[in-house]
Design a protein around this ligand. Structure first.
Ligand SMILES: O=c1ccn([C@@H]2O[C@H](COP(=O)(O)OP(=O)(O)O[C@H]3O[C@H](CO)[C@@H](O)[C@H](O)[C@H]3O)[C@@H](O)[C@H]2O)c(=O)[nH]1
Ligand SMILES: [Mn+2]
Length: 927
């Protein structure tokens, strides 16, 4: 064998179509550069409309372009791996290394023990010599019920493992196996027997979970339960170590007389005064304890919900670790994170593109991240070993021999390794083991391993290696992504930042790849900007994109269409559906405008020394009705949360803007339809896209009645106070184009007509801004006569420089406003008129609860219009003052300034008063 032609244990192939992709990416880059140039060369001059907005757009597009460039590092160099198991077995069948499997669990309430032991059983039954396999369960809750379940599992394994071997079962998680079968598969006697054993066990475990106590009979059968005598709570208990079966023992055999793998339960010590470092702390305790029991040179780490779906994964992995020529540089082999409970169109997004595209790209540059589960490590590299050319894996590392001590003595001795104080004054969590201080301990640990010169491997076999449980509500997904994006950004600012620590140590492409993930959360700024500002400018009628007829339109159109096609192709290519891609887009937006904002802010706060990150464990169970809605792909908004408030507010803002635009286009016909599309097509599309993608959210806000809708407290929060005032104020203030009033020059006489409905309140005002020839200044005013539809006189003002008043129209019809100028000069007059009757119809809301809300919003809108009217009048006055004061004393200028600030104060005060008024009223009307 040795002298014969060397046959590699694995091969690495470059992905197909790379040249084509690179050409495409280059063309996209040209488009992006053109967009940047367009922005740069067309910045509005100071004083021109939309200058600030434009500069912001430029900033956002610079960011998006830069970020897009980073993501190219994940696509440029994709590779795929393939293993040759038969060669491995041929050469090494009798020299296979020991493998230790670490399973982590943290909370029996949201990670049910029955799920945990299914994972444990699946990894115990790998297609691998059992005397070389050890399984360790770390229980961060120290739950006696989880221990009980594990005990049951160790008994069941005596039947399950031979059954798996005999029938070559796949997958080897019993629960998953049973549900994967159809009725016709379930006939033979062996099957009925194993199924009965499993069901009995499951019933016992579920019974104990429900009751919350262990039956006396079980306690009598196993001395291990006595270790819970001193247990006081999840966060306060001594180390509990139990070796349930030890493959060194001749007695631990299955029903066919074959040795069973080693099975160990560990609950490390927890004390309130000692920080436990979440999963990283648990893993490090396992590394130490296992080193004294089995000391396998290979460690597989899985989360408790990730069962093994492929019994050959260990053999596959060993192909990477045992190849004679290429293995010496490989530190870990990462499998993709796939999920068992996904629905067809993945409402809450997926890791599809990361798994199907990006990690292959990382692999081409030196290897993927360590993502915490489904990952095989070399024990020595996980413990901090530096890279050296001859660092081949030591397959013959000695297994700690069976000492003279009995199992109780062994447990007692090793429990010290899992105590709170063991790590004090050591390099654990720093130079040794998984790194502490980061919510994504996995990514950080993988990064530092790669910085030491090691490579990693991404292996995505045909049959998935592991299947886990993904979040089933919007809230859970957002919380999880907050943790991930926060952790990734923390890495960027940490001592181990890919930028300053990784520079020179990592392959540049890999460094950029890490940056892509580290910079997830800062994306929130540009995305927020893009989902607010263009919509607001749309209402204001200011275009922020090139006209359709302009040549600059082309790069925009190209980049948008090409990106959409590319992202959908990648998604479909990775096995998704078109609707799934649309859902992914929505989640892309939601993550960036909620999880990432909070993550970003938290990291910023942390940089300045406050705030602490926690690890919120993702629940793996849900109520029946939640599960049903999940399967129907109905968005589950769940509990009220600040993230949900932000998402709803943004959705409402865009709806407001779109409705405002439609109103203007169709009802008031102020701007022509064609003109609007010519000048603002992209802005309209963007706003329309945002509304379209938010449809499930509007549905949850207004129409849905089930428990998964947006909770009424969030609706109220959005409806009642700050947020609405903010939206309304923004929208009204923005949509005003100062065009409410008219400025005209009057020679002798000038009349205006306005059609008014009965009962409407007509506000009007005028200011004589200036007389012809600025050197001339007269105190002479103008006359204004207001007449009703039948000629009756309503107001008669004589010699006024300015006036502001209102009346209620008692008749429907045309009202006339006639100005007369008696002075010999032309005068410029600012005239403002505004008639309104605010009624809020039921059509706005089907729900009775919303009626009062909309009435208040109506009143608020009216009030805001009045403020605006007032503002206009004051502005006109200020203009007049400014002109009057030209060349006169500066005092008057100050007065104008003073007036302006007074105006602002008055506006704020009004808003404040209104808000309080409504809050009280809403308080009364709330049901
Ligand atoms: O104090 C803790 C907290 C969590 N866990 C375990 O860590 C795993 C991951 O927790 P989960 O809530 O499922 O987080 P996910 O976001 O799904 O996990 C991904 O992201 C984590 C980092 O944020 C990694 O640790 C995980 O391995 C990776 O699968 C679970 O098995 C938990 O039981 C502990 O053991 N102790
Ligand atoms: Mn998980």
């Amino acid at each position: 064998m040795g002298k014969a032609k060397y046959e590699a244990l694995f091969e690495t192939k470059k992905a197909k179509g790379r040249i084509l992709y690179r050409l495409f990416a280059t063309s996209l880059l040209c488009g992006i550069i053109l967009i940047w140039s367009y922005r740069l060369y067309n910045i509005p001059k100071p004083g021109e409309n939309g200058r600030l907005g434009w500069i912001g757009m430029f900033g956002a597009e610079l960011w998006f372009g830069f970020y897009w460039l980073l993501t190219q590092s994940l696509r440029w160099n994709r590779t795929h791996r393939h293993t040759f198991r038969d060669r491995l077995l041929q050469r090494y069948e009798n020299e296979l290394p020991r493998v230790d499997v670490f399973v982590c669990t943290a909370d029996p309430a949201i990670e049910p023990p029955i799920m945990v032991i299914n994972t444990v059983l699946s990894v115990m039954s790998y297609n691998y010599p059992p005397q070389k396999l050890s399984v360790y369960l770390s229980d961060d809750a120290g739950s006696v019920i989880t221990f009980y379940a594990l005990l049951e599992a160790s008994r069941f394994s005596k039947h399950w493992l031979p059954y798996c071997k005999k029938f070559n079962v796949e997958p080897r998680s019993p629960a998953a196996y049973f549900t994967s079968l159809s009725m016709s598969d379930q006939s033979d006697a062996d099957f009925s027997e194993i199924k009965r054993l499993y069901d009995d066990m499951a019933n016992r475990i579920e019974g104990v979970c429900r009751a919350g106590v262990i039956p006396d009979k079980a306690i009598l059968e196993h001395t291990g339960f006595s270790k819970w005598d001193s247990y006081s709570s999840k966060g306060n208990h001594a180390s509990i170590l139990q070796v349930l079966s030890d493959s060194r023992d001749e007695e631990t055999k299955d029903v066919d007389g074959v040795i069973l793998p080693t099975l160990v339960y560990l609950a490390r010590e927890k004390r309130p005064q000692h920080f436990h470092n979440f999963k990283a702390g648990a893993m490090n305790a396992l590394i130490r304890v296992s080193s004294e029991i089995s000391n396998g040179p290979i460690i597989l780490n899985v989360d408790c919900d990730m069962y093994s779906n492929n019994s050959n994964s260990i053999q596959d992995t060993l192909c990477f670790f045992m190849d004679e020529e290429k293995s010496h540089e490989i530190a870990f082999v990462q499998f993709p994170q796939s999920f068992e409970n996904t629905t067809k169109n993945e409402l809450y997004g997926s890791l599809r593109v990361i798994d199907g595209v990006e990690f292959h790209g990382m692999d081409g540059n030196g290897g993927p991240l360590y993502t915490g589960t489904g990952c095989f490590h070399r024990r020595d590299t996980l413990c901090g070993r530096e890279f050296s050319k001859d660092a081949r894996i030591d397959l013959k590392s000695a297994r700690p021999g069976k000492m003279e001590e009995n199992v109780h003595e062994l447990e007692e001795r090793l429990e010290i390794l899992a105590s709170c104080t063991y790590e004090e004054n050591t390099q654990w969590g720093n130079e040794i083991g998984l790194k502490y201080g980061c919510p994504v301990e996995d990514v950080l640990t993988g990064l530092t391993i790669q910085c030491k010169g090691w490579k990693s491997v991404y292996y995505k076999p045909e049959r998935k290696g592991f299947l886990g449980v993904t979040a089933t509500t919007l809230d859970q997904t957002l919380v999880q992504h907050k943790r991930w994006s926060e952790g990734d950004l923390m890495i960027l600012f940490s001592k181990y930042s890919p930028v300053w620590y990784g520079l020179g140590k990592l392959n540049p492409g890999l460094l950029l790849g890490y940056l892509t993930y580290c910079l997830w959360s800062p994306n929130c700024v540009a995305t927020l900007y893009y989902s607010i500002v263009p919509s607001l400018y749309l209402l204001k009628g200011i275009s922020l994109f090139p006209q359709v007829s302009s040549k600059w339109f082309l790069p925009f159109a190209y980049v948008i269409i090409a990106e959409l096609i590319c992202s959908s192709a990648e998604f479909l290519w990775s096995g998704g559906t078109i609707l799934g891609w649309w859902n992914e887009l929505r989640m892309w937006l939601y993550k960036r405008t909620s999880s990432y904002i909070f993550a970003f802010l938290d990291v910023m706060l942390k940089l300045f020394g406050s705030s602490n990150s926690t690890f919120i464990v993702t629940p793996k169970v849900s109520d029946e009705d939640v599960l049903l809605r999940y399967k129907q792909e109905k968005m589950e908004f769940g509990n009220a949360s600040p993230m949900l408030t932000i998402l709803s507010t943004l959705a409402m803002l865009n709806l407001f803007c779109l409705v405002g635009l439609v109103k203007e286009l169709i009802i008031t016909r102020e701007v022509g339809l064609k003109y609007a599309f010519d000048t603002m097509a992209l802005q309209i599309l963007l706003c329309g896209f945002l509304v379209l993608i938010n449809l499930p959210l509007y549905n949850g806000l207004f129409f849905r009645q089930d428990k998964g809708k947006i909770p009424s407290s969030t609706v109220m929060r959005i409806g009642s106070s700050e947020v609405w005032i903010l939206i309304a104020l923004l929208v009204v203030a923005w949509s005003s184009r100062g065009a409410l009033g008219i400025r005209f020059v009057i020679d002798r006489e000038e009349c205006f007509s306005h059609k008014v409905e009965m009962g409407e309140t007509v506000h009007f005002s005028f200011v004589v801004i200036k007389s012809e020839g600025s050197w001339h200044y007269s105190e002479e005013g103008v006359d204004l006569v207001v007449k009703g539809p039948s000629g009756e006189q309503i107001h008669d003002f004589r010699d006024k420089i300015s006036e502001k008043t209102e009346f209620v129209a008692h008749h429907e019809g045309v009202y006339r406003f006639c100005f007369t100028n008696k002075s010999p000069y032309h005068e410029t007059i600012d005239f403002d008129l505004h008639a309104a009757h605010f009624v809020y119809h039921d059509e706005h809301a089907k729900d009775e609860h919303f009626k009062p809300l909309f009435e208040h919003i109506g009143k608020l809108e009216e009030a805001l219009y009045n403020i605006q009217f007032e503002q206009h009048w004051l502005e006109a006055q200020t203009d007049r003052q400014a002109i009057v004061n030209e060349g006169m004393s500066k005092r008057a200028v100050y007065k104008a300034l003073f007036e302006s600030s007074a105006l602002i104060c008055v506006s704020i005060l009004q808003v404040f008063l209104l808000k309080h008024l409504f809050e009280r009223k809403l308080g009364q009307s709330r049901v």
